[in-house]
Design a protein around this ligand. Structure first.
Ligand code: ADP
Ligand code: MG
Length: 339
């Protein structure tokens, strides 16, 4: 690489803006390992996500936006467990050393790291096709993490925010034929751009729902597919629970409702990926507390259905009738694993 690797790391990553001091971090980047200090009674929550060019983001995506997206999708996993961000490691594969790109990437990453007080701990920098892997580390009081397992028959199902905006954004951002960015108002454009590149990790929601939600996850593959993960993880001694979802209750944004033809709205709200909203189940006796906690945050928190004994996910129409829902999340590998 044109710029010596250690100089590149010093200039763009091991910076005061990114690798800042904070409680819990005894040593950041520069040595063979970082050192973490875990307070007594806390568990370390860890999660990793890779974003590959052309798979998870369009080629030539804006570097600062990309950095935001990478860290945010990882932070979303901490949020879904009810964990507090501590730090992250970064494995970066770069085709070339492009300093303006690195500068923008570093700034986008620093803006997000500072906002969520998640400091860069270290990483690895290599040459190859553009790929970004982040591993986040967070803290959660021992035994209080929100797990996928734990939903029971009778629990209500809630989602935060709105569904489908990121899935709606993608064809516009990639300028797919038939989707004309020029047709959007500046406000629409800003909203769609943010929905895809700057999903909001619901850290505060995860905190607030500790002890209230029976199960939780963040929606990355689409509501139906991810809700199915909760149901499968919550299998009891005799059976796997199912769910009934009210199609009319699914929360969508004003832009989503205006831009998407009516017939396409329900499938996209149910199946569109990349929302990074939380889907949680709440036992009936804790619903009022959970709703009050979320209302205090000024965030949409919508009851979309309930957990039932019969397995599978059913969709309830406005006439009260139900029909089985096809669950198709995004898959990198087909059923035969050969794709
Ligand atoms: P090693 O020789 O042990 O493999 P490296 O040369 O990969 O070490 O990294 C040297 C130091 O720089 C380590 O502390 C590592 O965590 C840090 N580092 C490397 N790449 C990055 C990066 N992209 N962001 C932050 N820290 C990095
Ligand atoms: Mg190394």
């Amino acid at each position: 690489m044109a710029l010596a690797e250690f100089e590149l790391i010093r200039r763009y990553f091991a910076t005061a803006e990114l690798a800042f001091a904070r409680p819990g971090i005894a040593l950041g980047p520069g040595d063979d390992c970082a050192l973490l200090e875990l307070p007594a009674g806390m568990q370390l929550a860890m999660s990793m996500d890779t974003l590959n060019e052309g798979v998870h983001f369009p080629p030539a995506a804006d570097a600062a936006e990309l950095a935001q997206r990478c860290l945010r999708v990882n932070l979303s996993d901490l949020a879904a467990m009810g964990a507090e961000p501590l730090g992250f490691t970064l494995a970066l594969s770069l085709p070339t050393v492009n300093e303006p790109w690195l500068q923008a990437f570093s700034e986008g990453l620093a803006a997000c790291a500072t906002r969520y007080q998640c400091s860069l701990l270290g990483g690895d920098t290599t040459r190859g096709p553009l790929a970004i892997t982040i591993q986040v580390h967070g803290l959660v009081p021992a035994g209080q993490a929100l797990r996928r397992a734990g939903a029971s028959v009778g629990d209500a199902i809630y989602v935060t925010g709105t569904l489908g905006d990121a899935a709606l954004a993608l064809p516009y951002l990639t300028q797919r034929p038939g989707f004309d960015m020029a047709a959007l108002t500046p406000g629409d454009r800003a909203l769609l751009q943010a929905a895809f590149y700057r999903p909001e990790p619901r850290i505060d929601v995860g905190f607030a729902l500790r002890g209230l939600a029976s199960a939780a996850l963040d929606i990355s593959d689409g509501l139906a597919s991810d809700l199915n993960h909760i149901l499968q993880a919550s299998t009891g001694p005799t059976a796997t629970p199912g769910a009934i979802i009210d199609g009319a209750m699914l929360p969508v944004s004003e832009v989503f409702a205006r831009l998407l033809p009516d017939a396409e709205q329900l499938p996209m709200a149910l199946g569109g990926g990349d929302d990074y909203e939380l889907c949680v189940t709440v036992p009936p006796q804790r619903e009022a507390s959970a709703k009050a906690a979320l209302r205090a945050m000024g965030l949409r928190f919508t009851r979309i259905g309930e957990v039932v004994a019969d397995s599978g996910i059913m969709l309830r129409g406005s006439d009260g009738g139900t029909q089985p829902l096809q669950v198709n999340g995004y898959r990198h590998f087909g059923d035969d694993g050969n794709e």
